[in-house]
Design a protein around this ligand. Sequence first.
Ligand code: EPZ
Length: 430
Amino acid sequence: MDRIAITGGARLEGEIPISGAKNSAIKLMAASLLTDEPLRLTNMPRLADTRFLGKLLQRLGAEVIEADGADGPETVLTTREIVSGFAPYDLVRQMRASFNVLGPLLARSGQAKVSLPGGCTIGARPVDLHLQALEALGARIDLHEGYVYAQAPRGLKGAEIEFPFVSVGATEHTLLAAVLADGETVVRNAACEPEIDDLADCLNKMGARVTGAGTSEIRIQGVSRLSGATHAVLPDRIETGTYALAAAMAGGEVRLTRTRSDFIQALLDKMVEAGVDITPHNDGVTIKRNGARLNAVEVETDPYPGFATDLQAQFMALMTLADGESVIRETIFENRFMHAPELRRLGADITVQGGEARVRGVDALEGAQVMATDLRASVSLVIAGLAARGETVVNRVYHLDRGFERLEEKLGACGAQVRRLKGDGEAEED
Ligand code: EPZ
């Protein structure tokens, strides 16, 4: 297994171009199942997760062609016909978002058999809201031996759906199914994340009639068929926030380009409160920090436009060296503090009780061997390593590869000492 070694202490100076958003790209790829024409996605991130979903889509009947376009990496997906409506456990288990093929399969071919995803390290993550929404759209859903058997032989029908709480995945899944339903669907208490807007935008280019995406009420006027389209994946706000926090942790001045600062306003407000200099610009944001110690600030994760749960671990890393005590509340996932014990191995002073972590700033962190437990947790350890004395080695970096494109290269270009240690075939300790 590969590992990432970070030698701490280098200031970061330079520019980091931000890639297309993983969490948008994988839903957009699933949307390609809704049409028999090519869907061309530009600004595509090249990640383990997008490669993985590409393989699943191929099994379902898609032709997936990757190319280097004029404006960076692109992927063209064409599903002339659905050759299989089956997404097996092994594939869905490895990447939960594979579950999102259920809605498009059902909408296009009237049936699907898709494995339930099960839990993951950050929480139980049920999909009950997804299934309730599909049932409201007229699908017959049966659960049997870990699989969802879904049928809508006479097609889906528009419905009024009100979610009891905000779910990004359930909102997206409803969109992915309702665009081909007969009549109007209204989604209330919808998630407002920029990725929802991006999906709606792409679907509209394909001929769908979606309004209100990005607000809590979305209206979808069903159409009988969708066509191909070209769509640029929006910039990855979590990658943007992660590098903003990396720059703040290491000190120096880093310009983040090809992105949007408004997507991470809640984070930037907290960083300003902590004492980091932030300058938004047309193409992104510049992060600057001189040598002064940062202030400890309180943070609570919330659905967009609140502070993103996907930036909580990275923010905790920053707070390990702040002046005073920071309280970090996680309200989205019930088990998303797995990075805390690993940060403690670097010398951080963190106590966790339920959904609340208290981080008392220490004078210095010291490099150590640590273990990645999930995607965002792993990158929080890289961030901590940038400011730790000596060498930090992050094990199990396959988590990192799922969602951060060319991380060593991007940080290295700004002067960070980050290198990948190729796996030696040793078994991973568990
Ligand atoms: C998406 O997950 C993202 N994943 C997550 O990013 C992100 O943390 C999350 O949204 C919140 O922003 C992708 O886009 C692939 P939810 P999702 O449905 O859609 C509960 C990363 O690191 N819930 O908004 O699964 C759920 O358990 C990942 O890139 C139900 O109870 O999140 C959670 O507590 C991690 N029943 C809460 O709702 C349901 O049917 C919000 O989850 C659905 C969700």
